[in-house]
Design a protein around this ligand. Structure first.
Ligand code: NOJ
Length: 601
């Protein structure tokens, strides 16, 4: 404990505990990306039996909710985010009986199951869309969004407005036989459902009820804030003068009827005390987010915002280069943390998922000498904030982005490949541009997160007995789950310890208030979590070098009159090695717990 005494007040005032307690706030979610988790039947693709075989591993880590990315029937244009049948399982993943078995196995272990609900759009192979497409008079026609063309001077049909698709090109696809365009905010094989139609809402409600009755404990709701569109479908403002297609988000993110639709869903969820997390891209207004998750709203439990994970997206496209900045990260985190605490909302905590690159490569360092320490530092930074924590498979091992030698032939992701095709078609001889794009893919392509899980050092990393659908990372012989489970000093065990700490002190680490310290510090992210029962000080060094640091006076004042201890460290730091001024090791992280007994650990 620091020796400086101070006659200032011996602590900040205890925050008012406004946050209501529920089971899902105290939970930790482990996201499984089925195709890349564990292949049990030797076809190179992960499956549900594979997930069952690894449930004990997930439980030992300390997670208690398993979120499965989409498992329903799908032509896999977008890895299952294009559903062609909401009531059956994609064959290579297994059957409904396998899912029943998995649900039971999860529940036997006292854990919960969360499914991915993809209902902003379906696959173009879904029966509803096949019907809708078959004729303008078909009763399903109005289940999707159809518009008449505009006509250019050449008399050729043009899309009804200038919205661009998230996966490149126009967001409208012309259907020649019926002479109309349909809307697809993502790939053309993912037509948007028309939520204005009550039959669509009823059909989605049926899907939700069906899986809750079968034992699911909740849903992650894909792109859910895009379901209500401005019905005048206006042109988007031109922000990219070099493209005919513009970002129309303003006209369909959190649209006019979103909350009415979410309340319709929320009513069903409430009957089952179900968990829900809504994916909400492109929203920066916290009050708008609060309308979806406020304790009095009966809509969703929590939302994923995108502010932290778009910090390195350049103008116009995620593949435009931009360096992320620690000050910006601080201000985003601190804004969300304090706002939700003060307004009885709730945060999600994530740095990785199937759409994001690996955190260690993005926010830490994947150089051999720093990979493990920066992965542990990021676990500390993320995991002790206020909110429900989401861990993406392999994050607990510190898995990095794809190897540097990957060429475009290795990538499978539709977003990456569409971008590449667009660039190489429009500028075929511009080799420097192509190289710059490849560099950006190694930093931000979604495939960075999708390489198979590295279970052991056997061929194919113990993921499969055959060559997997996406190459295994070269580093699997060294970096794998077996090695880390057997090594008490590994990234895996650090996560276990961090989660144990979080669980031991829910009053402080789940429900406590958040305060950012040293906001101007250029290298360190430091914060406190405080409850009437005590306080945790979390210190993290985001740099690959030593950084000197002095305890902030306010903190000294708080701890001076209380006992405390270092309860977590990635650099062997103990209470004895703490003095008023210390030198933090590269990517060092530690947690000082004070004002409470530490025997709960
Ligand atoms: C968000 C999902 O996370 C992503 O993987 C998918 O491509 C889009 N929504 C479209 O469904």
């Amino acid at each position: 404990m620091p020796s400086v005494q101070s006659n200032t007040r011996s602590g900040t005032s205890s925050p008012v505990q406004k946050t209501l307690k529920t089971w899902w706030k105290e939970s930790t979610v482990y996201q499984v990306y089925p195709a890349s988790f564990k292949d049990s039947n030797g076809d190179g693709i992960g499956d549900l039996q594979g997930v069952i075989s690894k449930l004990d591993y997930i439980k030992s880590l300390g997670a208690n909710i398993v979120w499965l990315s989409p498992i329903f029937c799908s032509p896999q244009v977008d890895m299952g985010y294009d559903v062609s049948d909401y009531y059956n399982i994609y064959r290579p993943y297994g059957t409904v009986e396998d899912l029943d078995q998995l649900t039971a196995a999860i529940h036997q272990r006292g854990m919960k199951l969360v499914l991915d609900l993809v209902v902003n759009h379906t696959s173009d192979q879904h029966r509803w869309f096949q019907e809708a497409r078959s004729s303008r008079a078909n009763p399903y026609r109005d289940w999707y969004i159809w518009k008449k063309p505009r006509y250019g001077e050449d008399g050729k049909p043009q899309p009804p407005n200038n919205w661009k698709s998230y996966f490149g090109g126009s967001a409208w696809e012309y259907d020649e036989p019926s002479g109309e365009y349909y809307l697809h905010l993502f790939a053309k094989e993912q037509p948007d459902l028309n939520w204005e139609n009550p039959y669509v809402r009823a059909a989605v409600h049926d899907v939700i009820r069906y899986w809750l009755q079968k034992g699911a404990d909740g849903f992650r709701m894909n792109a859910i804030n895009l379901i209500s569109k401005d019905q005048s479908f206006p042109n988007a403002e031109v922000t990219d003068p070099y493209s005919p297609w513009q970002n129309g988000t303003k006209h369909f993110a959190c649209g006019p009827r979103l909350h009415e639709y979410l309340q319709g869903i929320g009513k069903i969820l409430k009957q089952y005390d179900a968990f829900s997390v809504g994916e909400m891209p492109e929203v920066y207004d916290l009050n708008e987010m609060l309308r979806s998750i406020g304790a009095d709203r009966s809509e969703l439990s929590m939302v994923f915002h995108f502010e932290s994970v778009t910090l390195d997206h350049g103008h116009g496209s995620k593949f435009t280069s931009r360096k992320w900045d620690l000050h910006e990260l601080k201000s985003i985190v601190s804004r969300w943390q304090t706002f939700m605490h003060e307004n009885n909302g709730w945060n999600t905590l994530y740095l990785e998922n199937h759409d994001q690159p690996r955190a260690v490569s993005r926010f830490g360092s994947d150089e051999p000498e720093h990979r493990a320490s920066s992965a542990k530092m990021l676990a500390t930074f993320l995991g002790l904030q206020s909110g429900t924590l989401f861990i993406y498979q392999g994050q607990e091992l510190g898995m990095p982005n794809v190897p540097k030698h990957w060429g475009i032939e290795q990538y499978r992701d539709i977003e990456t490949l569409n971008h590449w095709n667009e660039i190489t078609a429009s500028d075929p001889l511009n080799t420097p541009l192509h190289e710059a794009c490849l560099l950006e893919y190694r930093l931000k392509s979604r495939d960075n997160a999708r390489t198979p899980m590295q279970w052991d050092d056997s061929p194919n990393a113990g993921f499969s007995s055959v060559r997997p659908w996406l190459p295994v990372h070269d580093d699997y012989q060294d970096l794998n789950a077996v090695n880390q489970v057997n090594d008490k000093d590994s990234v895996y065990h650090y996560w276990v310890n961090m989660l144990r700490l979080r669980k031991a002190y829910p009053d402080i680490l789940v429900y406590g208030s958040f305060e950012l310290l040293c906001p101007e510090h250029p290298d360190l992210f430091i914060y406190t979590r405080t409850a009437p029962s005590g306080r945790a000080l979390i210190v993290t060094n985001f740099r690959p070098r030593e950084v000197p640091w002095s305890w902030p006076i306010a903190e000294v004042a708080y701890v001076a009159s209380r006992s405390g201890e270092v309860v977590l460290s990635n650099a062997g730091r103990t209470s004895h090695t703490l003095s008023n001024t210390i030198t933090l090791q590269p990517f060092e992280a530690f947690v000082w717990l004070s004002g409470t007994e530490t025997s709960r650990l």
